[in-house]
Design a protein around this ligand. Structure first.
Ligand SMILES: [Zn+2]
Ligand SMILES: [Zn+2]
Length: 384
C-alpha cells in the first residue's frame, strides 16, 4: 500500500513503517502525522504521560518496563521500611543509590553502549560522579550550611544570599558542567541517534546527583546515631530517592539530547525550548525549594512543588524525543524482526507497522540481529 503521508510503498499496517505516521488521513486522536497519542518509544502511552521509567529508560521492551517499575517500587518500599524502623543513615544510603544503580542495570540490559561498555560508562556515569564531587565540594567551600544557619531559634527568616547562591547560581553552574562528560565521549560518532544522547545525559546527571547527595549528607551520615526517631526524615528521603536524581538526570538528558540534535543539523525551536526548560525547571526546583524551606510551610508542599516540576520536565523530554524519533527514522531496509513493544513478528523498516514503535529506540541486541540478518539477505541476493 501507499502511505498517505510520505507517499512510499509500504507493507500493510496501522502505522507507516517508513515515516511512522498513522495510516489514513483521519485520526480520531488528532494529527495522524505526529500521532501524539502514541509515544514513539512506548506506543502504549501518550506523549504527555509523566512516567519516569518509560521516559528515562527509553530502550526497554514492554515487559522489561514492568520489571524496572517493580524494582523501583520495591526499592522505595525498602526505604520506607528503614525510615519506619528509624534506620535513617541506611535509608539515606539506599535512597541515594537506588535510581543510579537501576540505571546501570538498564544500560547493561539494553546494551546502549554497544561494544564499548568501559568507555561509555566511564564518560557518562563516571564523569558525572567526578563532576559532582568537584562542584559540590567547591559549593561547600563557599557556603557552609551549618555556619550560615539562617534561623537558629526556629524563626523563619529569608536568607536572600542562600537563595541566590543555592537556588540560582549553583543550578546554572551545574547545568553547564553536567553535560560535559557526555559531550567529551571520544567515540560518540558511533552513537548518532538522539535517543542515545538522551540516555548518556541522564547517566551523567545521575552520577552527578549521586555524588552531590553523598557529599551533602556526609556529615549527617557520619554524625547520626544508627537508630533515631523517624520524624520529618520522610521528606528529605523522598527528595533523595526520586525527585533529586530524576531532576538532575532529566535536565542533563534533555541538554545532551539537544546537543546531539545540533550535530544532526536539526536544531529547532523545540530543542532550544528544551534547554530553556531544563534550566528553568532546575531553578524552580532548587530556588523555589530554598525559598519555601525558609518559610514555615509544611514540607509536604515543597515535595508537591518539586514533583510537579519533575513531571513537567519528563513530559517535555518525551515531546522532544517523540519528534526526534519520527524525524530520524532512516530507511533501514525491510527486515523481519519481533517488535519489542507489541511482540508481533513484523517486516519493518523504521517503525513497527502494528503499534508504531520507533525501532531506533529498540535495545541494541535487536538492532544488531536485524543488521546481521539484513546483511545475510543482501549476500544471498547477490549470490543469486
Ligand atoms: Zn509514511
Ligand atoms: Zn509493535
Amino acid at each position: 500500500m501507499r502511505c498517505d503521508h510520505c507517499s512510499h510503498d509500504v507493507p500493510d499496517g496501522v502505522f507507516c513503517t517508513r515515516c511512522g505516521a498513522h495510516q489514513g488521513t483521519t485520526y480520531e486522536f488528532g494529527n495522524a502525522r505526529t500521532r501524539e497519542h502514541r509515544y514513539a518509544a512506548h506506543p502504549a502511552e501518550h506523549v504527555a504521560q509523566p512516567s519516569v521509567i518509560t521516559t528515562l529508560f527509553p530502550h526497554l521492551g514492554h515487559h522489561k518496563v514492568h520489571e524496572f517499575r517493580w524494582a523501583l517500587i520495591v526499592g522505595l518500599a525498602g526505604v520506607l521500611v528503614l525510615y519506619i524502623a528509624g534506620l535513617i543513615t541506611a535509608a539515606i544510603l539506599v535512597s541515594a543509590f537506588l535510581v543510579p544503580v537501576l540505571y546501570l542495570i538498564y544500560l547493561y540490559e539494553a546494551q546502549v553502549y554497544k561494544d564499548e561498555p568501559a568507555v561509555v560508562l566511564g564518560f557518562t556515569i563516571g564523569g558525572g560522579v567526578i563532576a559532582g564531587i568537584v562542584v559540590t565540594l567547591l559549593v561547600h567551600l563557599i557556603y557552609n550550611p551549618l555556619a550560615n544557619n539562617p534561623n537558629p531559634l526556629g524563626q523563619p527568616t529569608i536568607n536572600i544570599g542562600a537563595v541566590l547562591l543555592l537556588g540560582v547560581l549553583v543550578p546554572v553552574v551545574q547545568e553547564v558542567i553536567k553535560p560535559l562528560p557526555a559531550i567529551f565521549l571520544p567515540n560518540r560518532a558511533d552513537f548518532p541517534e538522539t535517543v542515545d544522547g538522551l540516555v548518556f545525559g541522564v547517566a551523567a546527571g545521575l552520577g552527578f546527583s549521586l555524588a552531590e547527595t553523598l557529599i551533602n549528607f556526609s556529615s549527617t551520615i557520619a554524625s547520626l546515631p544508627a537508630h533515631v526517631e523517624p520524624g520529618n526524615w520522610i521528606y528529605p528521603l523522598a527528595t533523595i530517592a526520586v525527585l533529586q536524581p530524576v531532576l538532575q538526570g532529566s535536565a542533563t538528558g534533555m541538554i545532551v539530547a539537544t546537543i546531539w540534535r545540533q550535530r544532526l543539523g536539526k536544531l529547532r525551536g523545540r530543542e532550544i525550548g528544551g534547554i530553556v526548560m531544563a534550566l528553568l525547571a532546575h531553578l524552580a526546583f532548587s530556588g523555589g525549594g530554598q525559598l519555601l524551606a525558609q518559610t514555615s510551610i509544611n514540607p509536604l508542599f515543597i515535595i508537591i512543588w518539586q514533583a510537579a516540576i519533575v513531571g513537567a520536565l519528563l513530559v517535555y523530554i518525551r515531546y522532544l524525543l517523540h519528534h526526534a524519533l519520527l524525524e530520524e527514522a532512516a530507511h533501514m531496509g525491510f527486515a523481519e524482526t519481533v517488535c519489542p513493544s507489541c511482540h508481533m513478528h513484523i517486516v519493518a523498516s523504521g517503525f513497527c507497522p502494528n503499534c508504531g514503535m520507533a525501532l531506533t529506540a529498540a535495545p541494541s541486541h535487536i538492532k544488531r540481529s536485524r543488521r546481521e540478518r539484513d546483511e545475510a539477505t543482501t549476500r544471498t541476493t547477490r549470490r543469486g
